[in-house]
Design a protein around this ligand. Sequence first.
Ligand SMILES: Cc1cc2nc3c(=O)[nH]c(=O)nc-3n(C[C@H](O)[C@H](O)[C@H](O)COP(=O)(O)O)c2cc1C
Length: 217
Amino acid sequence: MNIAEIASTRHTCKAFDASRRIDAALIDQLRTLLRFAPSSVNSQPWHFIIASSESGKASIADTLKANFAYNEPKVRNASHVVVLCARRELDDAHLASILAQEEKDGRFATPEARTGQQNTRNFYASLHRDQLQDAPVWMDKQVYLALGSLMFGAASLGLDACPMEGIDCAALDQALGLEEKGLRSVVLLALGYRSAQDFNASLPKSRLSADVVISEI
Ligand SMILES: Cc1cc2nc3c(=O)[nH]c(=O)nc-3n(C[C@H](O)[C@H](O)[C@H](O)COP(=O)(O)O)c2cc1C
């Protein structure tokens, strides 16, 4: 399948077949997609929690009961659920750990290259932290890039998926102890295989026409 076919045939799965599990080799590929997702100045301000056990999925599903009950069965019946988290702080220790990793991975041929990268990243971190004061929003944007990459990758592997913003982030943060880890939940992606109750699988896709959303200059 070419990428246009994947984009136009994938859909948001509204009901999963609880009896079907995703093969470990495919999950490994998705883990790689998450780890290699691009982010502004390679900031990687994220952490991804993959729930595949019944207890792991239940701890997420329980937080949806109160206000997002329509999403609860998706979490319970999916094979795997990814909790995409952002860091609570864009702190210097995190920035230093990225620089150290880049150095270890052989990114810097000279000390000047290392300093240049450090300065560029610090500039953006300071811009969002101190000047614009929108660091949480900036970090969320990076997390959503990882979500998009994960969704497209899952579709290309023939998996069904349901992204969910209909979640209680505060309850989820508490259930998973995310605050203590310096994290906060942003969005979920349930993964698995559709069941016969997935009404969205047979609905036609609907998007605004190409001339409305794309222009060429
Ligand atoms: C960030 C994001 C959050 C979403 N949250 C939910 C959700 O909480 N529950 C749900 O059933 N669908 C959710 N959706 C699915 C959208 O409604 C769906 O992507 C959109 O209607 C387009 O349909 P399609 O994905 O089938 O092409 C979400 C989608 C995105 C991208």
